[in-house]
Design a binder for this molecule. Sequence first.
Ligand code: PLP
Length: 487
Amino acid sequence: MSSLRFFLVSTQQPSIRRLSTLTQVVEKRLNPELESIRQAGTWKNERVISTSQSAHIKVERSPNKLLNFCANNYLGLANNSEIIAASKNALDEYGSGLSSVRFICGTQTIHKQLEQRIAKFHQREDAILYISCFDANAGIFETLLKEQDYIISDELNHASIIDGIRLCKAKRLRYKHKDMSDLEAKLQESLKGKDENAIRLIATDGVFSMDGTIAPLPDIKRLADKYKALVFVDECHATGFFGPTGRGTEEHFGMTGQIDIINSTLGKALGGAAGGYTTGPKALIDLLRQRSRPYLFSNTLPPAIVGSAMKAIDLIESDTSLPGRVLENAKYFREEMQALGFKILGDAHPICPVMLGDARLASQFADEMLKRDIYVIGFSFPVVPKDRARIRVQVSAAHSKADLKRCIDAFAQVGRQLKNINMSNERKTWPEFVGKDANEVESQLKAEGFNVEIKEDGSPCTRDYRLDRVRLFVDDNNKIVRAPTNG
Ligand code: PLP
């Protein structure tokens, strides 16, 4: 009896202690941190999509279909029927997964085929697959660079590049975003090292995901040649659609094949599932297979994803109009929004950050857009710098002109309604209002978000409606007699 009592006490005590420690951590550390995120207004709510990813989606608790402007579904392939069929075929033929990492017993014929397709697509010697581009970025720097080497990185590089760099022992230098004189200064600083064989690696996003800006690759390459540096480019927001045939930022600048190492994703334009890769010289890819930790210690990419990525490359190679479509849509959206007076960062790219400045305004703006069935997301600190909050609109080849127009009109309405948007460039005339009843027009304009102020000008036959900077002239019968132009 006494030994039984002893047994009970000795097994219960540790678990009681463990629970109370956890409770303490939750109360003292986790809950205050969660509360501080809420207080800062930067809490990220995930909306739950109840359809496949597409330009038109349904979201839980939203009765209507939403027009989606916040996926990286640049080519609209995420629910493409041929890609789904290819994915199912691969699933049937090769099974759901490998239950293994690549080097133990996880490499199938389709993995080798996809690696060759990717290398050929980028005109490189070889390629290696990862479960994500985050992993590809986590594996590359530690494998390639040692203590004596230098990594020189754009300050706005993606978090996965920053984390990958943290894992390596090379000396780290950071240059100001796209600032070539600062990059040159950092390259000069790297010359102070004593090791003549030190590797200097410049790392940049091809297209920067928060700003839609494009790395000046020709200038970077010129400096790299001058200082005998290598260039690494993350092409997640370029592969498949940027450049005339979708080969990415290199192709956009007419310099295909000149960048030393490319990392990219299969989880955006190339079918939208998941997966990443490095492509470059064969010796580098061989070394990654031997040493890269996310490759060595993480499971093989599932066959269904390999099948869908392979089909996405087929589609891009066989329909060269596909990349053109998304870039044309982006151009239209940017031009129309700029004509309204919105400030859009970046250029010529479907990432269109609509700059609003204030974090709460960005979040309020996104909520108002949602009321109009347009799904966009406000980004604020710490995702982007303080006072640089924005709504990031991502245009897709799957958007029709009517979709884009609806989105632009909603931006105009919300911009007027919230009044703190610089829409001073707005040039709007309404010849169609001539002869119409002024009260009807007034309520229509109010519904569109104009701040209508009615002013009598003393003349018996003219009333002066000031609509921001626009005047409506009406006769005694309350009919509009002159179309408004900017006042
Ligand atoms: N690099 C950039 C520039 C990205 O935008 C992303 C994803 O958001 C990644 C890397 C990570 O890609 P993946 O989703 O394949 O891990």
